[in-house]
Design a protein around this ligand. Structure first.
Ligand SMILES: O=c1nc2n(C[C@H](O)[C@H](O)[C@H](O)CO)c3cc(O)ccc3cc-2c(=O)[nH]1
Ligand SMILES: C[C@H]1O[C@@H](n2cnc3c(N)ncnc32)[C@H](O)[C@@H]1O
Ligand code: MET
Ligand code: SF4
Length: 396
């Protein structure tokens, strides 16, 4: 690809597919060089960008931009609240979903939040099954607690979280409609939904054929609605679930298009499929390190200003090398709770992550679930904005 951006998207699209299909290592080196050039350019030019978004110049603790020329890799210190592990979908790769479900009660949730507060966590990650209240038993459980549906319950918990702790909610619970997103924006700093992949062909295969909520047009619609509502948003793709290279590139372009239209995509997670015993896809091969590196390179070049997140627990051997491809965020890392989606993959200790990052030559920096450039009243509800402004230790 040429640097001058004088090619149209169609040529770039084909070039990226060809790159992913090729097995010429010199092409990887060429693209890494290109990323390195672009990144060093950004380091010197980022002053104007910083000013553009900086509405509170003293509050620099959670700013993920560099103030010397050394690059920061960010992470968010969080707790994971798996509110309910039933789900209307049955994805071929998932072990989170259980037919014999568990719905967490208020005290269980509050206990984790309070503990997280003591540990200095700043993110409460509410990740759970999609439309769990389609299950009649769960609806009855909710009724007994005084709620008509799961989102009423979720809102109450997130409201409590904001009133009683220093944590900021981030919800990732599958498909929500416009009104539901609008309601949750009041009590969330950011929200998320993995696109997974935008291929209709893939939707009909083992990964998603029993998951109505993984229909690409529904996912794209929700991400678009979040954009209309100005909700800082996290999305991403799952790599290694039977998709073609063309479908990977197409999915990244779909994310780019929505990002360019609404400006709300703060980060894209490039998540590698992890095989587990007993799942329908147990015989699928996990993506190789080289495949991940190449997808990350392509993601970086397509998505340029969007942060690229790689979960360090799913890439404990290789994550450090992925920094070469322009990965700039480790995502949520918890000192307290496990990753309930990938419970066999422990979180690194923050000090380990720091050493890992510094050995590469970069600095590790904590961020909030919402990225610095969205911390203003255009993107946040008044109460979430005020909460962030009240953090005493934002000032260093
Ligand atoms: O611990 C996890 N955190 C996951 N997170 C949390 C994520 O790392 C952070 O919450 C965000 O970076 C916001 O700070 C997700 C968030 C989303 O919005 C969408 C998907 C994921 C996926 C995971 C996941 O599999 N495991
Ligand atoms: C929360 C996110 O976790 C991802 N997810 C679900 N199951 C797996 C797995 N086996 N390996 C990797 N990622 C997975 C999906 O992308 C989901 O959206
Ligand atoms: C627990 S998986 C993450 C949230 C939601 N069930 C989804 O897959 O989109
Ligand atoms: S990945 Fe999410 S949507 Fe799919 S079955 Fe698991 S919980 Fe449900």
């Amino acid at each position: 690809m040429s640097e001058g951006n004088n090619k149209n998207n169609f040529d770039d699209f084909n070039e990226f597919v060809r790159f992913l299909n090729s097995n010429d290592p010199s092409e990887v080196i060429d693209k890494l060089n290109l990323i390195n050039k672009i990144e060093s350019g950004k380091c010197n030019n980022n002053v104007d960008n910083d000013k553009k978004y900086d509405n509170n110049k003293n509050n620099t603790k959670y700013n993920n931009k560099s103030n010397n020329n050394k690059k920061y890799i960010t992470y968010s210190k969080n707790v994971f609240i798996p509110l309910c592990n039933w789900c209307r979908n049955i994805c071929g790769y998932c072990t989170f979903r259980k037919e014999n479900y568990k719905l967490m009660n208020k005290n269980e949730v509050k206990e984790i939040l309070l503990k997280g507060d003591k540990y200095g966590c700043r993110e409460a990650l509410f990740t759970f099954g999609e439309k769990v209240d389609e299950n009649e038993n769960i609806r009855n459980d909710l009724k007994k607690m005084g709620y008509d549906n799961i989102l009423e319950y979720l809102y109450d918990l997130e409201d409590w979280c904001l009133n009683n702790t220093q944590l900021l909610p981030h919800t990732n619970c599958g498909i929500l409609d416009y009104e539901e997103l609008k309601l949750l924006k009041e009590v969330n700093a950011s929200m998320g939904l993995m696109l997974e992949n935008s291929s209709d062909r893939l939707f009909k295969t083992i990964a998603h054929k029993n998951s109505p909520g993984k229909e690409p047009k529904k996912r794209l619609k929700m991400i678009e609605n979040a954009g209309k509502l100005k909700i800082p948003f996290t999305t991403g793709i799952l790599v290694g679930i039977g998709e073609t290279n063309e479908e990977i590139v197409k999915s990244l372009y779909d994310i780019k298009e929505l990002s360019e239209k609404y400006g709300h995509i703060q980060e894209a997670i490039i998540q590698n499929f992890r095989s587990k015993k007993g799942i329908p896809m147990e015989n699928f091969k996990e993506p190789s390190p080289l495949k991940m590196l190449k997808v990350l390179i392509v993601a970086k070049l397509i998505l340029n200003d969007i942060s690229i997140q790689v979960p360090p627990n799913l890439n404990s051997e290789t994550g450090q090398l992925f920094l070469f491809a322009g990965v700039d965020d480790w995502g949520g890392v918890s000192p307290l709770t496990k990753d309930y989606v990938n419970p066999e993959a422990p979180w690194p200790k923050i000090e380990e992550l720091r050493r890992y990052t510094e050995e590469f030559g970069y600095n590790l920096k904590e961020r909030l679930p919402v990225y610095e450039k969205y911390i203003n009243k255009t993107w946040l509800s008044d109460r979430v904005f005020e909460k962030i402004m009240s953090y005493k230790n934002r000032i260093i």
